[in-house]
Design a protein around this ligand. Structure first.
Ligand code: PMP
Length: 355
């Protein structure tokens, strides 16, 4: 090993879901939205001209921040934007989790949390979900350096009641509590109304799922003006121009089209509810999901085997070789046509495998 290597910040990176090079795949593996973004978004993108690209973007991202403040009924001083919610969450970990005490998050959750914790040298403790994959609010009452959890949780899709989220925030007034609402638009209750009441609550959301803009990388956080000020101080000490001109234009336009947003989210929810019935008829079980994915398991077929068979047939879903969940598949809700193709393959494969 070279001498310089002894001083490298070593990290075990997060493994993102596969982005296959083929286009003729049914891609239900990264919780993308199967529908295109609002029509105005593409118009805004084509209006980005050479002159606007020649210049640096607005470092304060004011157009997007103001649109989001309106949309969330808060003041612009309560909104922070970043390059996807991964960027916002990473920034929040760096900014708020510095006490030296362990932060708390569920044992089955977004697998980026332990990666950021390791990267920023933040000690952490995982609290076990109950047997039904529910977050137990009682587990968040011990002394800690901060709390983070998704609502709905990933990859389970299980949502908490707002009163339970509030319980966790209320019992942790001395630390920052981050609620990661990447999937909240698909049917869970947002904690946004609580930010006026609790200055230690940071709510993080994304344009990647319900707004069909995963490729544009837009995420945001809403919290008390003090939290947002601290986040901005860290951002400006890192990279002032996180959001591109194109992302600012697309994001601002997306927020304006409430009707399109509701229509698309509504279609996905309907497809999800039908998927619950169809998959249950096939013998799958799953926790009740309020997200744009289902976390399914089957008593007779091993998830890994099914994952590989699906993949060979160019249907991509997500498999996690992790304790407690290594017999589950996370299936993103696609269009009705994509879901029918999935059911067709599953029926054939299960009939063949059983025979
Ligand atoms: N939080 C959770 C729980 C997620 O599943 C994801 C998607 N991988 C993210 C945050 C980050 O999404 P993005 O960076 O695209 O906003």
């Amino acid at each position: 090993m070279s001498a310089w290597e002894e001083n490298v910040r070593r990290v075990t990176p997060y493994t993102p879901g596969e982005q296959p090079a083929w286009t003729d795949v049914i891609k239900l593996n990264t919780n993308e939205n199967p529908y295109p973004p609002a029509p105005g978004v593409l118009r805004a993108l084509s209006a980005v001209d050479g002159d606007s690209l020649r210049r640096y973007p607005d470092p304060a991202a004011s157009a997007l921040v103001n649109a989001l403040a309106d949309h969330c009924h808060v003041s612009p001083e309560q909104v922070f934007v970043g390059v996807g919610s991964d960027d916002v969450l990473a920034m929040a970990f760096m900014t708020f989790f510095n006490s030296g005490k362990p932060i708390l998050f569920p044992d089955v959750t977004y697998s980026f949390y332990p990666v950021w914790a390791e990267e920023f040298r933040i000690p952490y403790r995982k609290t076990a979900l109950d047997a039904d994959f529910r977050i137990r609010k009682e587990d968040y009452r011990e002394e800690n350096g901060g709390v983070v959890f998704p609502n709905p949780n990933a990859p389970t899709g299980v949502a908490m009641e707002l009163s339970e989220v509030e319980d966790i925030v209320r019992s942790n007034r001395d630390v920052v509590v981050i609620v990661d609402e990447a999937y909240v638009d698909f049917g869970a209750q947002s904690a946004l109304p609580l930010v006026e009441k609790y200055d230690n609550l940071l709510v993080v959301q994304t344009f990647s799922k319900s707004r069909s803009l995963a490729g544009m990388r837009i995420g945001f956080a809403v919290g008390s003006p003090a939290l947002i000020r601290y986040l901005n101080d860290v951002k400006y000490s890192f990279n002032s121009y996180t959001m591109s001109q194109a992302a600012l234009a697309c994001g601002t336009e997306s927020v304006k089209d409430a009707a399109y947003f509701e229509e698309t989210v509504g279609k996905i929810i309907e497809t999800r509810e039908r998927a619950k019935e169809t998959l249950a008829e096939m013998g799958f079980s799953f926790p009740d999901s309020k997200a744009n994915f289902l976390f399914i398991t089957h008593p007779r077929f091993r998830a890994k085997e099914l994952f590989e068979a699906l993949r060979e047939n160019r249907i991509y879903v997500r498999y996690f070789a992790q304790p407690r969940i290594d017999d589950y598949l996370r299936v993103t809700i696609g269009t009705d046509g994509q879901m029918e193709a999935l059911y067709g393959f599953l029926r054939d494969w299960m009939a063949r495998s059983a025979g």
